[in-house]
Design a binder for this molecule. Sequence first.
Ligand SMILES: *[C@@H]1O[C@H](CO)[C@@H](O)[C@H](O)[C@H]1NC(C)=O
Ligand SMILES: *[C@@H]1O[C@H](CO)[C@@H](O)[C@H](O)[C@H]1NC(C)=O
Length: 441
Amino acid sequence: MATKLQWLPALLLLLLFPIFLVGGLKTPKEAASGAHNPVVLLPGNTCSQIEARLTDAYDPPSPRCAAAGNDNARWSRLWKNTTAPEPDAPCFADQLRLVYDHAADDYRNPPGVLTRALSFGSTRGFLSDTPADKELCMGRLVEALERAGYVDGETLFGAPYDFRHAAAPPGKPNREFSRFRRRLRTLVEHASRKNGDKPVVLVSHSQGGYFALEFLNRTPQPWRTRLVKRLVLASTGAGGFVLSMQGLATSNNANSSRSTASSLANVLKQRQVSTSFASVFTALPSPTVFGPDTPLVVTPSKSYAARDMAEFLAAVAGFTPEAVRRYETRALPVALRFGAPLVPVTCVNGVGVPTVEKLVYGRGDGTGPEVEYGDGDGVVNLASILALDDVIGGDPRQEEYKSVKIANMSHLGVVSDALALEVLVGEILGQPRAVLMSRVM
Ligand SMILES: *[C@@H]1O[C@H](CO)[C@@H](O)[C@H](O)[C@H]1NC(C)=O
Ligand SMILES: *[C@@H]1O[C@H](CO)[C@@H](O)[C@H](O)[C@H]1NC(C)=O
């Protein structure tokens, strides 16, 4: 495995200086009063639980699926259902996939499958059944906030979203995201009203950041100014990451799809499921951040840079022309408008962790691409993290922007590691922690 970490020391030196790299650092004044601003959390990918209900319109792929997860048309857990019998896995896969409805020009569940996110409004609905999910799905952050005095349903709220979906550009039919926006708007208003009209701190992790930003960018500015005190954006880059291309390229390999088929735990990894999601395109590297010519995937016949994504999707990742068109008309325009929310923002990102930067096919034994690593948080590339400073911080309309980069911290560590949580909670409370300079950059 080739690595190219040689340039890292110089870059780290550059970054090592202040705790906060950039920002109009206006420090919030209240906060010490003990009366905290209410907090609304948006967790990362796969963290929301999805319930399903089948109707008579459902056409089951096997008789078993007509009943699986669904007695008497009641709501039951589709994701993540850890107690269903293993033979139900193909049924869950069939019910979790999305289809593109041409008449509606929008993504839908398969006919006869109704879905909803569990426990909207609460952090209790975030997936946290197992220790691994707890780390991934803000369970540690919720505990840390509760130690700081926050109470679920009183001062602390959750905005789970259907992670299979994504925002489309304004004007495109986008039913699920529109519904989410309405519910989040009501939740923010409720949280504020319940807490003496104090504005709300929105805190997102990873994919939740895309939902939070697109939500904010589509609210009227006076609403935002009045009701949102700050957006704390954890582990989201401004331009996606190369790892998402690796996922698509390797899931198009027959061997790997066979090995993950038909397992309940891996139902989201099944190609026919994962590639049906609107969100499959969300984190693809954006040409504005990765540069038009930087090769990200190299095959013997062609190099693919971020601007060649449509070709990559067709030739390497095996998408149909119709699916590629959805990338071009729905996902790419949203990626290109990633921008400043015009409320105070703190970005918290890990750096210094080897992160997939380039895939090279045709070297070595030919079983798969050779991976070259660069800097980042293990998921998001450093280029995408640094671009936040330009895309959000550099927008003249964005008044308050701050970036905290934590050395040697992973994508997941930002919401689960003890030191990272101290930083994150400090930012949420408006009491920035100057902890361990050596690890906080
Ligand atoms: C999980 O699936 C099984 C079988 O499909 C179903 O009986 C059960 O109710 C589901 N669990 C939840 C929590 O809904
Ligand atoms: C990050 O980790 C590397 C390797 O373990 C170590 O040499 C370096 O000092 C760490 N950097 C910081 C700022 O903690």
